[in-house]
Write a new protein. Structure first.
Length: 550
């Protein structure tokens, strides 16, 4: 069968001793992958295939998610991560690694490629008690020399690796002037053995917050003395630092100490895994040169429920390298397992830790307007010119809404999303019953508990209101743009959502009127069993136990 062009991506690749680990996807360009079979081959100098490893197919919906109706379907092109003990399958020799894809009517093969410094750092010189394993690259193609060596030659191999690492680090310092990353690398070498013996846990959220699921888990751990060395990183200027400092063991987010602890910890637990939240910039720079230094398990405590939007390929397991992600229902577990290629045991159904302290403290008089952010708004100018801004200001300026607030003695709290507040420099005085809540003035937890009606658009804080049996209005005035520019449709759609859907401003005002009148149908809670689990007072305990098991 003729060879055809092949697309390959090895998202997981490492060499530890004689264990070679690889995971990713490969497919023949232009052909459906439904009957695909994939192999990893080790080819010796004579061109003979010395060993073949069958790769188990893993569905990767992210590869066809942009247009799931398109042909061909590349979803079956993934393969499960496999760890190969080289000394078990190969004799001493020099081998080129090749990936082979078999389809019904075609076969394609290509060299396993590693490109650039970051990828090559994943496969470094290595030794065992009997062998030296020497990877090298020719024209981006990966080769591995396996040879049985005595103690002296193995020592030379290790020295060669150290010298290569130091040479690259010196270039980082001299050419890029990244002195902080360079210093961290040297400190790691002298401190990592000691720090690993401390069995560190790092629990956090955004760099400057202590109010979400990370805070409540940390509070539970500290108050019950469950982990001896558990630390919470937060910006030293954060107004929320004092709340967590009372619990002890707070460290400065992004500091040298923080990054050393991240490199050496057993568990790296966070409610966010993008930008600077879970992985500070200098930490990423160190891992670019030394990916093998990170041994701790990354744990994702979701700050909400996967609901109205699909997160995208960046959240696929091979990209995030997560050991565990908390979920809040069997439905959510099934969805994330299918969409993002996680095993179900990596998605324990434990709910959100903040739900343990989620108590309805409302007086029946408070409305919370809390829309989520928009990817296409990245400056104050873009905000002020956006439909998003004008629709919200128009709603807040609605004369009929004002009349309802006055007649029923209601107040409306407006709390824009964290990502939007940085561009919302000022807020006009619209009405005495409407209050703008800035980041840090009140915790989201307090806002949710003390409010009685939530008006949002696509935010997962709606599930907190569902947990408390309080009514929700989803004001989705820009759904077409949201689902093309921000997210693709996710688990919750208009066909299966709870709460009340409003498309127009008048519909929102009508919902507020029903709330003011305490309309029985409007105020009744949705059947929540398919959306969330309820373990009152037990969510922190269940989450902690799940983390310990991973």
């Amino acid at each position: 069968m003729p060879n055809k062009p092949m697309i390959q991506n090895f998202e997981i690749m490492s060499l530890d001793g004689d264990v070679f680990t690889i995971g990713g996807y490969a497919y023949i360009d232009g052909l459906d992958c439904s009957d695909s079979r994939k192999q990893l081959q080790f080819v010796d100098k004579s061109g003979t295939v010395a060993a073949t490893v069958e790769l188990e197919t893993q569905i990767r919906l992210d590869l066809s998610r942009e247009d799931p109706t398109s042909v061909p379907d590349y979803s079956p092109s993934g393969f499960r991560t496999v760890a190969i003990v080289l000394t078990d399958v190969l004799s001493d020799g020099d081998y080129q690694l090749r990936i082979v894809v078999h389809e019904v009517d075609a076969t394609a093969s290509a060299n396993v490629e590693v490109r650039g410094l970051a990828e090559r750092a994943r496969v470094k010189l290595s030794t065992t008690k009997t062998h030296s394993i020497v990877p090298y690259v020719i024209n981006d193609g990966l080769h591995i020399i396996l040879r049985q060596d005595g103690p002296l030659r193995r020592s030379v191999t290790r020295l060669h690796r150290t010298a290569t690492d130091l040479k690259r680090e010196a270039a980082l310092l001299i050419r890029q002037r990244r002195w902080k990353a360079f210093l961290i690398m040297q400190l790691y070498r002298v401190s990592q053995a000691y720090l690993r013996r401390k069995h560190l846990w790092i629990v956090g959220e955004r760099c400057n917050t202590a109010q979400d699921n990370g805070y409540w888990l940390y509070k539970y751990i500290q108050e019950n003395k469950l982990v001896k060395n558990c630390y919470y990183p937060i910006d030293k200027k954060s107004p929320e630092r004092q709340a967590v400092a009372k619990l002890g063991r707070v460290i400065d987010h992004g500091s040298i100490r923080h990054i050393l602890y991240l490199l050496c910890c057993e568990k790296n637990i966070n409610t966010h895994i993008t930008k600077k939240s879970m992985l500070p910039l200098e930490f990423k720079r160190v891992l670019k040169y030394h990916p093998e230094w990170e041994h701790g398990h990354r744990i994702f405590l979701q700050h909400g429920v996967a609901s109205f939007g699909w997160w995208g390929a960046s959240m696929v397991k091979n990209h995030t390298r997560l050991a565990m992600m908390s979920v809040s229902s069997k439905r959510e577990q099934d969805y994330l397992s299918l969409e993002l290629a996680y095993d179900r045991n990596e998605l324990p159904i434990v709910g959100l830790t903040r739900w343990d302290q989620l108590i309805d403290c409302g007086t029946g008089k408070t409305i919370l307007l809390m829309p989520t952010w928009r990817r296409w708004i990245g400056s104050s100018t873009e905000l002020l010119e956006s439909e998003y801004y004008h629709q919200l200001i128009s709603l807040l300026s609605n004369a009929e809404l004002h009349s309802i607030l006055e007649k029923y003695d209601l107040r409306l709290l407006f709390h824009p999303h964290f990502e939007i507040q940085q561009y919302w420099s000022s807020f006009p005085e619209i009405h005495p019953s409407i209050q703008f809540i800035r980041q840090g003035e009140q915790t989201v937890h307090w806002l949710l508990q003390s409010s009685d009606l939530l008006i949002t658009d696509y935010s997962s804080v709606s599930f907190d209101f569902l947990y408390m049996h309080k009514p929700v209005v989803f004001y989705q005035f820009d759904s077409d743009m949201f689902y093309s520019e921000h997210y693709q449709p996710g688990l919750i759609t208009r066909d299966n959502m709870f709460g009340n859907l409003a498309i127009s401003e008048d519909e929102v005002v009508n919902c507020v009127q029903k709330f003011a009148d305490k309309d029985v149908t409007f105020m009744s809670s949705a059947d929540d069993k398919q959306y969330i689990v309820r373990y009152p007072g037990e969510h922190c305990r269940l989450t902690f136990e799940a983390i310990c098991a991973h």
